[in-house]
Design a protein around this ligand. Structure first.
Ligand SMILES: [Mn+2]
Length: 451
């Protein structure tokens, strides 16, 4: 498929949903603004995921307008005009002249014309589809366009009277990845897996967390990935028990674990991998015990990650194994809790496992899409958990985190373990696209031995 066809197909699909909803309307989706970091220096630009999903266009300063009527739809792109002077400083702009051919849109205009053209495009339209309450800027612009249309009332022009949230529609589409997307995600995960291997191979006692972060970045960028998908977590020793720790300057010490949660972004798609390994290359007895429990929990979750099961089933499967493991290792006391079921029901495990096992993965690392079924017959009842379907992508990431405490066996103190892989739901189960990085304790030890 031609690259522009991918995006056009998505715009047609969105138009179809809009048509089914209100017979037609105008959808307006802007990309992300540029963000200043500090004086004359900007954060690396990252497009808006929804905008990119429908356009394939990465430049800032752009807005997509899709006008949908009974039988057809047309797409207008507003983008930065060509400007030889600015292009010397900031780089080449596509410009509205070249945009239709390059992006497959019906027409393109300078973004300077956005306000004028929008008041024309919204005239005599009933329904507007925007991302409601998304940002003050979007709301401000919408008010402006509406004001312009309303001012034409005496010329017989009707302003739109319905506002719909286009976000949920796009997010429902994004939840199901097409072949093109899954192919990119496979490559992103493969790069991230190699980065984890590199970090494991280079790690030795005395190094600092930021040095392993540098190794991850090297592999990401050297493999053509544009960015990290999120800030890398490289956590040595006690830091491994801090869920959103950033790579800092802590020294990695022999006898401690190192937890790395890091993934690259490739062509707009995230990968998300966590591995935990011993700094000196050999798990201690207590580390190994908790590691094997976490891995068994992940395997149990993977086994039920298949179409027809709910989003919650992998979490429930992981919880069962983790909680049983905590009882076996006497971190939870069977004498106090009575049974495994009770330990799960009372959430006694939460002290050692306080996050969920999965999230959607896609353009955003915590990707969009509802975690509840959308069509519920009984409107009053709580919507059931989402049923897994082919094309969905989730992470599977159980963990155990043991902080020092009086009533906790000291041999387990400061052991934080998480094992995370990325799973594409297919027709029969799931494909783990991140297993290029070793996950079994023995395999990790073998890899770290060959340095
Ligand atoms: Mn994750």
């Amino acid at each position: 498929m031609n690259k522009t066809d991918i995006y056009q197909k998505r715009r047609i699909a969105l138009a179809k949903t809009i048509r089914a909803n209100t017979g037609g309307g105008v959808a307006v989706i802007a990309t992300a603004p540029e963000l200043s970091r500090n004086r004359d220096s900007e954060f690396p630009y990252r497009h808006d995921s929804d905008f990119f999903y429908l356009s394939g266009f990465e430049e800032p300063g752009a807005t997509l307008v899709i006008k949908v009527d009974q039988n057809s739809e047309e797409t207008h792109l507003f983008c930065r005009p060509k400007d030889p002077e600015r292009e010397i400083w900031d780089g080449i702009r596509l410009g509205p002249e070249a945009a239709p051919k390059m992006l497959g849109v019906d027409s393109a205009h300078s973004n300077v014309e956005l306000d004028t053209k929008l008041s024309q495009l919204l005239a005599d339209q009933d329904a507007v589809y925007v991302r409601l309450a998304e940002s003050a800027e979007t709301d401000r612009r919408l008010r402006h366009w509406m004001k312009q249309v309303r001012q034409q009332a005496r010329a017989g022009i009707n302003p739109p009277s319905e506002f719909h949230d286009v976000e949920a529609m796009i997010h429902e589409m994004r939840l199901f990845k097409d072949v093109h997307e899954i192919e990119i995600m496979r490559r992103a995960a493969a790069i991230s897996a190699r980065a984890h291997i590199r970090a494991m191979q280079i790690c030795k006692p005395g190094m600092r967390e930021y040095q392993l972060e540098a190794e991850l970045l090297h592999e990401f960028r050297n493999s053509g990935s544009q960015s990290v998908a999120y800030n890398s977590i490289v956590a040595g020793g006690a830091n491994s028990c801090i869920l959103h720790y950033r790579a800092g300057s802590t020294e990695l010490r022999s006898g401690e674990l190192c937890l790395i949660d890091a993934g690259c972004e490739l062509d707009g798609y995230a990968s998300d991998i966590t591995r935990t390994f011993p700094v000196n290359g050999k798990f201690s007895g207590p580390q190994r015990a908790l590691y094997d429990i976490t891995l068994a929990a992940q395997e149990a979750a993977i086994a039920v990650t298949k179409p027809g099961n709910t989003f919650m089933q992998p979490h429930e499967a992981a919880l069962k194994v983790l909680t049983q493991g905590l009882l076996d290792e006497k971190l939870l006391k069977l004498t106090e809790l009575g049974s495994l079921d009770n330990a799960i029901e009372t959430a006694a495990y939460r002290r050692f496992y306080m996050h969920r096992t999965s999230h959607w993965l896609g353009m955003d690392v915590h990707d969009v899409g509802s975690y509840r079924e959308q069509n519920n017959i009984n409107a009053d009842a709580e919507k059931p958990w989402r049923i897994l379907r082919p094309g969905m992508v989730i992470t599977i990431e159980p963990g155990l985190y043991v902080r020092p405490a009086q009533d906790v066996d000291e041999q387990f103190w400061n052991i934080g373990i998480r094992i995370e892989d990325d799973a594409v739901i297919n027709d029969s189960g799931c494909e783990l696209i991140s297993r290029g990085a070793p996950v079994k304790a023995n395999d990790i030890e073998a890899l770290m031995k060959n340095q």
